[in-house]
Unconditional design. Structure first.
Length: 159
């Protein structure tokens, strides 16, 4: 039986019933059940954003490697875009290579895809070579999905 100091006086309670303030065993569980969904939402959002940021950094690193190789491949390859695409794909092992979309600008001429055999003639020393790659992403939190696209671009001087 609870002691008298745990009970509210009759005048302080609606309905005039005794309320036991000493039994609070379920209060922590109730507060936790209110806070947990919000905490899970924040944590899964951070994890999902972290995965997207990782993919962006991997894509950027791959595009940098591809642009460097493209700028140094003058006179060494008949398809400079294929060489750069392979370099990007090798430098970005965590990404699905079939999902990466490439575009190139070699000395002012634009190419899309992973091949540009006519681009070898545009490889003039001192001209610019640009590599751009895009990669799809999805930001998912508890069934709410938002699609996005990661893009990275690097321009180098042809050596």
């Amino acid at each position: 039986m609870p002691t008298e100091h745990h009970l509210l006086p009759y005048a302080d309670r609606p309905g005039g019933k005794r309320i036991d303030l000493g039994n609070r065993r379920g209060q922590s569980l109730l507060e936790f059940s209110f806070a947990m969904p919000l905490l899970l939402l924040v944590i899964t959002g951070m994890v999902s954003f972290g995965i997207i940021l990782h993919n962006y950094l991997v894509l950027t690193n791959g595009v940098n490697a591809g642009a460097q190789l493209l700028s140094m491949s003058r006179g060494q390859t008949t398809d400079p875009c294929a060489t750069a695409s392979a370099a990007v794909e090798n430098a970005a092992p965590g990404l699905t290579t079939a999902s990466i979309t490439f575009s190139y600008v070699i000395d002012g001429t634009s190419y899309s895809g992973t091949s540009c055999t006519s681009g070898a003639a545009s490889m003039i020393q001192g001209a610019s070579a640009e590599v751009k790659a895009t990669y799809p992403c999805a930001y998912m939190i508890y069934g709410m999905a938002t699609t996005c696209s990661l893009a990275s671009q690097t321009t180098e001087i042809i050596q």
